[in-house]
Design a binder for this molecule. Structure first.
Ligand code: FPP
Length: 264
């Protein structure tokens, strides 16, 4: 990878094909919550003979049109996996680059979030993130707190196992303090102690770049999510691809463990 540790280009949305909004998607069949694993930046860059960070830059550029389209469609929550608890294991240079990109993204995207009535939220552990990153996260969260449209939940320093571990610890502390009876611990109590507390569970989980795995992402919350794997790498996942995923979702019969007859 490149030795550069700072994003070099301004993040601008890449042009999207087709007229925005010209879709045959039925609002009633849309998911409330779409979660995306934005995979394949490195492969996308390598295919062009470029360093990995080039893929991350283009990946970051690609977030704006997808967020904007989800907001326009009336989707309630979009959760994006930007940095996992395991991503710290990457080279120091790549980690620093991704953190720089995150700062740049939050700064650049605030006007779009405000214009599109988007509420921003980070999900993930705060410990481990730098004061600068935390400050920017808090500033963006506060600036968009009054918005009532799409919630953009950015998973930063997020991992499901860390999240569930933290939830178990918090619940155990309450039990120890006599604030919670063990028999009162049900699925709702557990959900309420996750980073995603208050958000509906994902209905549709999209992963790009063809990999068939969940990578420690929203494991509790995605118990009944419909999975969709796109073959394209994240920098090439455009609005047309998003619509394709939403159409595939609309065709699914969700069963939640019950017996449901297939649609005629
Ligand atoms: C996977 O690509 C992607 C990530 C580890 C992070 C996702 C980051 C971005 C889309 C850019 C930054 C985003 C924001 C919101 C600032 P990979 O490196 O695992 O790709 P590979 O599997 O092809 O190597």
């Amino acid at each position: 990878m490149s030795g550069s540790t700072k994003p070099t280009t301004t993040i601008e949305p890449r042009p999207q094909p087709g007229p925005a909004g010209a879709v045959d998607l039925d609002a009633k069949s849309l998911p409330r919550h779409v979660a995306i694993i934005m995979d394949g930046n490195g492969r996308w860059a390598r295919a062009q003979g470029k360093p990995r960070v080039y893929g991350h830059e283009h990946g970051a550029r690609n977030v704006n049109p997808i967020v904007t389209e989800c907001a326009k469609l009336g989707i309630e929550v979009l959760t994006l996996y930007a940095f996992s608890t395991e991503n710290w294991l990457r080279s120091k240079a790549e980690v620093e680059f991704l953190m720089g990109l995150l700062l740049q993204f939050l700064e650049a995207e605030l006007p779009t979030m405000l214009a599109n009535n988007v509420r921003f939220k980070q999900i993930g552990r705060r410990e481990g993130l730098s004061p600068t990153v935390l400050e920017m996260i808090d500033r963006t969260t506060a600036a968009t707190a009054g918005n009532t449209g799409l919630t953009l939940a950015l998973a930063v320093n997020y991992g499901s196992r860390a999240e569930i571990t933290d939830a178990v610890r918090a619940i155990a502390r309450k039990v120890k303090a006599g604030e919670l009876d063990p028999s009162a611990i049900d699925q709702g109590v557990i959900s309420d102690h996750l980073f995603t507390a208050g958000l509906p569970d994902p209905d549709l989980l999209i992963r790009t770049a063809g990999e068939m795995r969940l990578s420690n992402y929203l494991l509790w919350q995605s118990s009944y999510a419909e999975l969709y794997v796109a073959d394209v790498c994240w920098p090439d996942f455009d609005v047309v691809q998003l619509h394709e995923a939403l159409r595939a979702y609309a065709r699914r019969t969700r069963k939640f463990g019950e017996v449901v007859e297939p649609r005629a």
